[in-house]
Design a protein around this ligand. Structure first.
Ligand code: IMP
Ligand code: MG
Length: 178
């Protein structure tokens, strides 16, 4: 285990099981649909990479980069588009893939943003959900796992751009913040 990790919340195997369940649901719901899977960089990269390989359908993938966190552990509330989706979303079914939903500001913003651009439908898929922290009024269609209000890292999730490469998800030692 990494020296900065206090405890492992989800092992590689547990994550794999969660991703399998989500992939099965998505495969059923999107059968015969022309859809774009849109990952939010960089947090979704490990999750989306595993998820897309388990969905046995034809679809395209794309990425967006938005910013709301300024290197800390709290959302600033403002969301900026740093990299937009590279294809037209007009009339398309969109599945947004996110690592974790916290306040809900990021997904709320993206959903409105792609609606204005003419998407036919927009569904949200997140690996982790912290429902206790939600401030935005938003429905998430696919939730891998609900977690309590703890700051987690690994499997794409970072603290100050570190720990994204850990194959498991863990809680950081408090000493790392201070
Ligand atoms: P929201 O806009 O407040 O819902 O924040 C969502 C974003 O905050 C996610 O895409 C993550 O980048 C980041 N985030 C929220 N909670 C955590 C966490 O526990 N660990 C790492 N990143 C987090
Ligand atoms: Mg993120």
């Amino acid at each position: 285990m990494h020296k900065d990790i206090e405890s492992v919340l989800f092992s590689e195997k547990e994550i794999e099981n969660i991703v399998n369940i989500l992939a099965n649901q998505i495969e059923k719901d999107y059968n015969n649909k022309d859809f774009i899977m849109v990952g939010l960089l960089k947090g979704s990269v490990a999750f989306m990479s595993d998820l897309m390989k388990k969905i046995n359908l034809d679809f395209s993938i794309d990425f967006m980069v938005v910013s709301s966190y300024g290197g800390g552990t709290q959302s600033t509330g403002r969301v900026n588009v740093l990299k937009d989706i590279s294809q037209s979303v007009e009339g398309k079914e969109i599945l947004i893939v996110e690592d974790i939903i916290d306040s809900g500001n990021t997904l709320n913003f993206i959903k409105k943003y792609l609606t204005v651009k003419g998407a036919k439908s927009i569904k949200l898929c997140t690996l982790f959900d912290k429902p206790d922290r939600r401030t935005a009024d938003i429905t998430v269609d696919y939730v891998g796992m609900k977690i309590p209000d703890v700051f987690i890292v690994g499997y794409g999730l970072d603290y100050d751009e570190k720990y994204r490469n850990l194959p498991y998800v863990g809680v950081l030692k408090p000493s790392v913040y201070s």
